[in-house]
Structure formats: structure tokens, C-alpha cells
Design a protein around this ligand. Sequence first.
Ligand code: COA
Length: 477
Amino acid sequence: MWRRSLLRAGMGSSRIAWRTDLQRAHRYFHSSRPLFVVKPFLLADIGEGIRECEIIQWFVQPGAKVQQFDNICEVQSDKASVEISSRYDGVIKKLYYDAGDMAIVGKPLVDIDMAEIPEDTSELGDVSAQQEQSKSEPAAAQETGSSQIRTSSIAEGMEAAAMNGSGNSGRHRSLATPAVRRIIRERSLDITKITGTGKDGRVLKEDVERYVEEPAEADKSSAVAAGRPRSAPTQSLEEETVPLTPMQNQMFKAMTRSLSIPHFLYADEAGIDRLVTLRNTINKNLAQSNDSIVKKISFMPFFIKAVSVALEEYPLINCRVDLTDESKPKLVTRPQHNIGIAMDTPAGLLVPNIKNVQQLNILEIAAELNRLQAAGSTGKLSAADLKGGTITLSNIGNVGGTYVAPVIVTSEVAIMGIGRSKVIPAFDDEGAVVPKTVVNFSWSADHRVVDGGTMARMACLVKKYCEEPELLISKLR
Ligand code: COA
């Protein structure tokens, strides 16, 4: 009977129900342990349209005891890395993948033996110790139950994590704190090659620094993959082959998918002097105000709102293409303007979106943009922040560059690129030369469903709202 209860509790039933069944089972069968209920733990759907994820690292090995919410592994999807935590108490029996493999959503990730719960936890060694620490993660980290978005390798609260392949003999090898793992990931180093001098061979920041100063010759090439500049000139004139970083791997796949979309590029220049004046006025006011949580706004909230207001007239640009039946493509209209913002974060390019922009005013958009930027820079964007975008804006202007030809993501039909604004000499109505602030807007649209005329008209309307922000304000509810 209890076996039936356990099986019932396995997928989809509440944790309380499972705990109750388990406690009852222990009461009745305390000493008759070998009643094996090995349960495949499936990789849950972690985001819109994501079908597979790369296994970045395992936090457990066969034989490890896990409890609900203990981290099992870290996987990398198209958008971010996610820590998968257990929904069950039990003992890991089998890992279905090696680190580096692609795990399929909905297929087994590990087998967990829910009956075999060793009472002598001393045999679990490092595992329990690490997972005790992981249980002290903030509540927010546990909200998602079986998965938690951690952009890139940043995983605060997870005090120790394991990677494969070190010389240590325990079940968890190559230990390092999340901060150290982040440094290792950012520098594209292989943790297994770094000698850890901390407790139980834990790799410390000093170990990484020491390793970087005197790395093995073969490892110097890993810096290339990360796209970071080399700090010292190299003597070697030989070509090197290096693997892609996990983020590059995902970008490779996502962008390859995007290339199935025939892109139509449209670009224009907007004069934004009136917007500059308006923004200065607003910022002066914000700086003196105690009421607003926003103390300064950039141009982005205006651009975002201009796009949203223009979408009211051109809802096609907010659609997605449904290719469920490839012989009968469909368009799905989306009333929400969930505007994605391409964000340059320490983890790489991430695209969180501001939800329901159609209902927000400029300051509300600015507040949400600030929140997303702060979350992006500290690796704390949630799955919800990254899901559900309907159109994207990519502003490369804070980095530099006048023109950008942006690439559409497959769940959208258009993306707007914004270059760096600059002041140029221009002629006024009387023919006199005057300074003019201009910015380049470029649009890529899915030419299978968006014709050039529609895209150009929508782009002209956005430009108009940015050149004459009074018109934009007149549209605010
Ligand atoms: N032209 C001129 N200046 C610009 C600008 C532009 N297009 N965009 C930003 N700036 C300025 C801002 O005004 C601000 O300066 P200020 O403080 O003097 O006003 C400064 O650059 C920093 O702005 P930022 O904090 O980046 O805010 P933002 O709201 O303008 O941009 C993001 C927010 C998230 C879009 C931006 O930080 C970012 O990550 N951009 C990169 C996107 C990317 O990588 N795209 C490529 C995808 S392939």
C-alpha cells in the first residue's frame, strides 16, 4: 500500500503528501529497508521552448543521499544556467548523463531510490555537509521547487559544489565556492587542473590566482574561448583549438536556429534633441525628489515605451510564428507587450523582459529596467524574468558603435537595434549649421510574415515618438 502511495507521490503530488507517506512508511517498515522504489527523476520544463540543456556539472554522484531541494546538477539552457534540485528524499542510483552531455527535457536525469535512505549518514561524507549548506539558501532560491535560474555560474548560497575529474577521491571532487567557480568560469579555466589548498582540497581564490600566473602551457589557450583579451603577449605562433564555453555553445545553437528566419533589415536615423531635453528635465527632478525610487533614467525607457505604443497600431510585430504543424504555419497574436532587453551581463548576453509595458508609464519602465539590470549584474534573474518575451530591443550604445544588425529570436518576429547617439552638424530650416543629436535605429524582421512596408511604417512611428516625445506622452494612460 505504501508503495502505491510513494508512486503516487512521485510526480505532481504535493511535498507534504510525500513526507506524510514517507513518515508512515518508516513507521511501518523501519527495519525492513530493501523495498526498493527506484524512481527516474525527469528533467522538468525549465522555460519556454527549451527542449534540451547541457549538463554543466553534477553536485551528486551515485550513492549520494539527497533530500528535497538539495541541488542535483547545474544545466545550461539557451538563456541561463539552472540548478536542478531534488523533489524527493532518497539515494542517487544512476546519473543518465556525463557533464557536457545534452539532457533532454522530460527524460530521466537521475534515478533516485526512495526507499534506500541510509540511517548512518556518516557514510555520505562531503555530500551531506555540502547539502546542509545548500539548504541554507535564501527562500527565493527554493521558490521554483525543482529548478532555480542562476545566470551563468553564479550560485550564491551553494557553498560548495563539485566538478568532475580532480585528483580527490571523494564522491564530490574539485570543490569550490560559487564565487571561485564564477572566477574559474569567467576565465574559462578547468577546475580539475587547479590544485586546491582549502579544506578537503577546496579550490580557493588564491589557488586560481596562482594557477593563472603559472598555468600549464596547454591551458593558456582557454582564454581564447572566453573572448577575453590576452593579458601578456604570447610567443607561440601556432594555431590553437579550444572548446566553446557553455554560454557560447548555447549561443551557437540559438543563433543557428535564428538563421532559419529570413531577416529583413531596415535602418534609419532619429534626431533626439527634444528627448535629450526632456530626459534632462526629468532627471533633474528625480535627483531632487524623495518620492521616486528611480533617481535617474536613461533613454531606454522612452525607446521601450515608444515601441509599445507603436505596437498598438502594428500588432503583427508582436506576434510569434507557430510552426507546430510545419505545413500550416500560423501566427499567434500576443496582447501583452513583454519587451525583451538584450543585456550585457558578467554572465554574457541575457535577455530578460519587461512585462506588460503597455500598462506602464516611463518611470515604471525605468524602475523595472533598473531591477532587471541589477539582477542581471548579480546573476539573480529569475526564470520568469527571462520567459515570455514578445519583442526585443538591443541597445549597443552604452558599449559603442553606430550601427547594429540584430538577430531575431525564434519566438519573436522582430528586434530593434539601437546604436550610440552622437552629436553631428546639421542644417536647420534656415540653412544654418546647428548641432543635432542623432541615434541609429535598425530593425530586423521575420520576412516570412512581416513585409517591408509594415516594418518601415512601424519603425517610422517609433522614430516619431522618439523625435517628438510630447506625442508619446500624449498616448500614456
Ligand atoms: N547612446 C548614447 N549613450 C547611451 C546609449 C546610447 N545608445 N545607451 C546607453 N547610453 C549611456 C546611458 O545614457 C548612460 O549614460 P549616462 O549615465 O551618462 O546617462 C550609460 O550609457 C550607461 O547606460 P546603461 O546603464 O547601460 O543603461 P541603458 O538603459 O541605456 O541600457 C542596457 C541598458 C541593459 C540595454 C545596457 O546596459 C546593455 O546591456 N546594453 C548592451 C546590449 C547588448 O549587448 N546588445 C548586443 C546584443 S547582440
